[in-house]
Design a protein around this ligand. Structure first.
Ligand code: PEP
Ligand code: MN
Length: 263
C-alpha cells in the first residue's frame, strides 16, 4: 500500500490545517520534551513567528537511561493542546504505548512513532487504528525496506495518513550522534508515494550541523523538516546540545525560504 506502483501520485497528508507532501515545505519544531507550560508556550510562539507550521513536543520520552527524565505524560499533552489553542499550530507528540495513544488522541493532531518503536508492530497497528495521521521515524538500524514495511502495518489498518521521517541511522561514525542518510529521500521518492521529512537534530546531535543538513535535505527533495528548539538549550531536560535557540531557528527558516520557494 505504501508502494508507488499502487498509487503513482504523491500522497498529501492533512494535519489540522496543514498539508504535508506536494510542493510546499512543512517545518515542525519544538522542544524534545515538554517541560512546563511556560517553556512550551514560549516555544510555540517563537517557532510560529519564525514560520514553522507544526509544534512538536514529547510527553512520553523513550530515554536511553531509565534514570533520565521520562516526560510529563498526560500533563504534557494538556499543555500541547493549550499551545494549539493559543497559536493555532497543529501539534504532534510521540506515543510509546497503547496507554499513550489513548491519551494522545484527546489532545494532539498527529502521532509520532519514534525510532526505537519503528518495529513495535503492535504499536504500529494501534496507531493505525487511532484515526490520526502518523509520523513514522526510521529505526536506528532499519533498512529502507524494513521502514516501508513498518508503514505498511499502519496503512493496513485503514489509515493511509503516514509521513516518513529520516532521523539518522547507526553507523561506525562517532563524530555525530547518528549518520543522516540523505539518500533515503530520493530512494523513498522512487519507491513510495508517502511524504518524507528529515530530522537533522536527532541525526547529528549537534546544534551546529542542523542548518547545513536542513538545507541539504530540502535540496534533495524532502517534504519537510523536524527541528528541536528550546528557550534555553543549556538547561533542557533532554537533547539540549542539538536544540536551537529561537534566534538560531529564525535564522534557519529565513535561509530556507529561497530553497523552499524552488520546490
Ligand atoms: C524525538 O523526536 O524526540 C525522538 C526521541 O526521536 P527519535 O525517535 O528519532 O530518536
Ligand atoms: Mn529529542
Amino acid at each position: 500500500l505504501a508502494n508507488k506502483k499502487f498509487h503513482p501520485e504523491p500522497s498529501v497528508i492533512r494535519v489540522g490545517n496543514v498539508t504535508i507532501g506536494g510542493d510546499s515545505l512543512v517545518i515542525m519544531s519544538g522542544p524534545c520534551a515538554v517541560e512546563s507550560k511556560e517553556q512550551l508556550l514560549a516555544t510555540a510562539h517563537a517557532i510560529k513567528k519564525a514560520g514553522a507550521q507544526i509544534l512538536r513536543g514529547g510527553a512520553y520520552k523513550p530515554r536511553t537511561s531509565p534514570y533520565a527524565f521520562q516526560g510529563l505524560e498526560e500533563e504534557g499533552l494538556k499543555y500541547m493542546k493549550e499551545a494549539r489553542e493559543e497559536t493555532g499550530l497543529p501539534v504532534i507528540c510521540e506515543v510509546t504505548s497503547l496507554n499513550a495513544i489513548e491519551a494522545a488522541v484527546k489532545y494532539v493532531d498527529m502521532l509520532q512513532i519514534g525510532a526505537r518503536n519503528m518495529q513495535n508492530f503492535y504499536l504500529l497497528k494501534e496507531a493505525g487504528k487511532s484515526g490520526l495521521p502518523v509520523l513514522l521515524k526510521r529505526g536506528l538500524s532499519a533498512t529502507i525496506d524494513e521502514w516501508l514495511n513498518a508503514s505498511e502495518y499502519i496503512i493496513a489498518e485503514g489509515n493511509p495518513n503516514v509521513v516518513l521521517c529520516e532521523r539518522g541511522i547507526r553507523t561506525f561514525e562517532t563524530a555525530t550522534r547518528n549518520t543522516l542518510d540523505i539518500s533515503a529521500v530520493p530512494v523513498i521518492k522512487e519507491k513510495s508515494h508517502l511524504p518524507i521529512i528529515v530530522d537533522p537534530s536527532h541525526a547529528t546531535g549537534v546544534r551546529a550541523y542542523v542548518k547545513p543538513l536542513s538545507m541539504g535535505a530540502v535540496a534533495v527533495g524532502a517534504d519537510g523538516l523536524m527541528i528541536e528548539t528550546h528557550p534555553n538549550p543549556s538547561c533542557a531536560l533532554s537533547d539540549g546540545p542539538q536544540s536551537l535557540t529561537f534566534e538560531q531557528f529564525e535564522d534557519l527558516t529565513k535561509d530556507l525560504k529561497p530553497l523552499a520557494a524552488m520546490m
